[in-house]
Design a protein around this ligand. Structure first.
Ligand code: UDP
Length: 268
């Protein structure tokens, strides 16, 4: 059977790490995307769904960010790779009239499948917040390091838009259908995937404690290079055009992350 669409997920994905090892990020994320696009042209696979990121908005002037918000200078090499790949896809589509793509700009995907059978298992020390929280709760980490409490946010800790990963994955099905059913309004489209609500690191810790009954020990650390103070999505365009909406409540999402952590640490 002919391949009709590719979902391009593969990439290195940690903001802070990308500041430390920029060449690994540029090489891995850019070269793989170029190779994949070349293969799609060679084999005439006309549709792509690309995992983009809220980091393409840089330091936003206005909140929430809409898909029309300017992509300002990215705050990290990671964000820059996502900006550049979006441009590479756009330029490639421009000269291949039968090609279409949708970039899904992820905000902060968290949580696991409710069966606790599918989830994320970071190698080594987790770089993202929620896996660090669950590993702290289970005792693998001594305490959560909160990177900065002097941001320009209500409680001083960084604010992000945390989206359930199962909700996020549903949007990919919607995007593929849109491409295959020829519903796209242009050959290159962009959708924000978030909840529309900004939450601070401190609020995530408190919600996790409430959802799971686990107490999280934390200490305040300096800001992490590459981080910005606040970003959250305007999701009205995705809701309207893609027919997609975040559904799973935060506490259920955090509980799913905790159940997953417990399940993978169970002695067999
Ligand atoms: N964060 C933190 N401690 C950690 C990991 C993350 O305080 O161990 C903060 C980080 O500074 C940011 C938020 O949590 O404000 C989300 O970070 P994450 O790395 O999960 O996602 P990002 O927004 O960087 O893609």
């Amino acid at each position: 059977p002919k391949l009709e669409a590719i979902v391009h997920f593969a990439a290195l994905k940690a903001v802070g790490e990308s500041v430390e090892i920029p060449l690994d990020y540029y090489y891995n994320n850019l070269v793989s995307s170029i190779n994949l696009l070349r293969a799609m042209i060679d084999y005439n696979i006309p549709n792509m769904v690309f995992s983009s990121s809220a980091t393409v908005y840089g330091l936003p002037d206005k909140l929430p960010v809409t898909e029309d918000s300017p992509t300002k200078k990215a705050n990290s090499p990671y964000g820059n790779t996502k900006q550049i790949i979006e441009e590479i896809i756009f330029d490639t589509i421009n000269v291949n009239s039968n090609f279409k793509a949708i970039s899904l700009r992820y905000f902060n995907p968290i949580g696991a499948h409710k069966t606790a059978l599918i989830g994320e298992l970071p190698q080594g020390v987790p770089l993202n917040l929620v896996p660090y929280v669950t590993q702290t709760a289970i005792g693998i980490r001594d305490h959560l390091r909160i990177f900065g409490n002097d941001y320009n946010t209500p409680d001083g800790t960084g604010v992000r838009d945390y989206i359930n990963v199962v909700d996020l994955s549903r949007a990919h099905v919607d995007a593929i259908k849109r491409l295959l059913d020829n519903k796209s309004k242009s050959n290159y489209e962009i959708f924000n995937l978030g909840t529309g609500k900004g939450l601070s690191v401190m609020e995530i810790v408190k919600s996790f404690e409430k959802a799971t009954g686990q107490k999280i020990k934390y200490k305040i650390y300096p800001r992490r290079p590459g981080d910005i103070d606040i970003v959250y999505a305007d999701t009205s365009y995705s809701n309207r055009e893609l027919g997609w909406k975040s559904e799973i409540p935060l506490e259920e999402t955090l509980l799913s992350a905790w159940n997953w952590e417990k399940n993978i640490r169970k002695k067999s």
